[in-house]
Design a protein around this ligand. Structure first.
Ligand SMILES: [Zn+2]
Length: 148
């Protein structure tokens, strides 16, 4: 696995970009990586592009890319994609260029991308062996990368 865009975590007047940071009514379930606008963004793993979506209702400028690997789902936000749904990618392939979040939030926001990972697994504690109960959890991308 590789990072889509470096490993520098955002920390600005709008908040902290670390995994688990408070977001008032919720918890930050990924990491925000400082990224100069229009930087290349890379596929973290071998994967298929599941979908291209939008980050904000009513604002089509900011896109998200959802990538499905063998047992992980990666979502990368604030990217201008150069891939389409259904494309098969190798780790390190360019998936697009980063956008400039100052266009939405103003100059105090440090431009960044958001990266979150869901690991799909089979949870079999307390479950009969015949059951096929699937659990999925968000994990800290930097932990999976081995940098923290
Ligand atoms: Zn974020």
């Amino acid at each position: 696995m590789r990072s889509p865009a470096g490993i520098t975590i955002r920390n600005d007047a709008h908040g902290e970009g670390r995994f688990g940071a408070s977001r008032k009514t919720r918890t930050h379930i990924g990491v925000d990586l400082d990224t100069l606008p229009k930087s290349y963004v890379y596929a973290p793993i071998d994967c298929t592009v599941k979908r291209i979506g939008t980050c904000y209702v009513g604002d089509p400028r900011f896109k998200l890319i959802e990538l499905h690997g063998k047992c992980q789902i990666h979502r990368i936000l604030y990217v201008n994609p150069n891939v389409i749904a259904g494309a098969h990618l190798s780790e390190g392939d360019v998936i697009g260029r980063s956008l400039d979040l100052r266009d939405k939030y103003g100059p105090a926001m440090v431009p960044h991308i958001h990266w979150e990972i869901i690991v799909m697994g089979i949870e079999n504690r307390h479950i009969p062996a015949s059951s096929n109960y699937i659990s999925s959890v968000y994990v800290n991308p930097l932990e999976l990368l081995g940098v923290i």
